[in-house]
Design a protein around this ligand. Structure first.
Ligand SMILES: Cc1cc2nc3c(=O)[nH]c(=O)nc-3n(C[C@H](O)[C@H](O)[C@H](O)COP(=O)(O)O)c2cc1C
Length: 213
């Protein structure tokens, strides 16, 4: 049983990556194989509308036809038993890296059909992790609730039930004095990082265990 976790943050050891790391540790504690991949390490594009994945009888039917550094990762995602996507919100949506990945992952399986099932390989338990500066209560106002709902709906349509873990009001800088940040209550943010973020890391660990059990 293999869990694949994908980090859409360009930062490889900050909030999103730390939460994903806990998910893979939780999965590993139950004996699952796991891998954490940082999209920032790969050079790839989003979907280019070639429709190779949709062409009936074509060699790439149901699979992304683009050949680039994402190709082996899409294959791993295809084969994984559990799939976890983590991303910060950038301007109220996923990062460019995660969006490009999602376009390629999702569209290859998606069919313009009311009667046929998507071409995704098999049921796999999935999860989405979103990190963000804003507080949870402000997510609706900034359109983030809908983004999470949409991604969850697509993951459930293509794969299987999808868990969601949100980490809000995250710590963004090591030293806030070096940046103009007067829109934030920095002391509240740092307090939250000390008190709440460790609990979210624990939730992520539990999530890893839950997914693979
Ligand atoms: C380009 C950019 C855009 C961002 N846009 C938003 C946003 O729209 N809403 C928000 O709550 N946070 C936003 N943030 C903050 C990040 O979502 C937040 O700091 C996140 O936890 C960063 O994840 P990381 O620590 O894993 O890199 C933005 C950060 C950057 C760099």
């Amino acid at each position: 049983m293999k869990l694949l976790a994908i980090n859409g943050s360009p930062r490889k050891d900050w909030n999103t990556a730390q939460l994903l790391q806990k998910v893979v540790e939780g999965a590993a504690s139950c004996g699952a194989e796991m891998e954490l991949v940082h999209l920032v390490d790969l050079t790839f594009s989003g979907c280019v509308s070639c429709f190779g994945c949709k062409r009936i009888g074509g060699v790439s039917y149901g699979r992304c036809a683009i050949r680039d550094e994402l190709t082996p990762l899409l294959q791993k995602a295809h084969e994984a038993d559990f799939l976890v996507l983590g991303t910060p919100f950038y301007f109220s949506t996923e990062t460019a890296q995660m969006r490009a990945f999602q376009e390629r992952l999702w569209f290859q399986y998606y069919l313009y059909s009311k009667i046929k099932d998507p071409l995704s390989p098999r049921k796999k338990a999935t999860a989405l992790i979103y990190t963000m500066n804003i507080h949870e209560v402000d997510m609706e106002e900034y359109g983030k609730t809908n983004i999470v709902k949409r991604a969850k709906m697509i993951m459930e349509r293509l794969f299987a039930p999808c868990e969601v873990l949100l980490s809000c009001n995250t710590k963004q800088f090591n030293n806030y004095d070096n940046y103009e940040t007067d829109i934030f209550d920095v002391s509240e943010k740092l307090k939250r990082h000390e008190e709440i973020f460790p609990k979210e890391l624990e939730q992520a660990y539990q999530l890893g265990m839950k997914l693979v059990r």
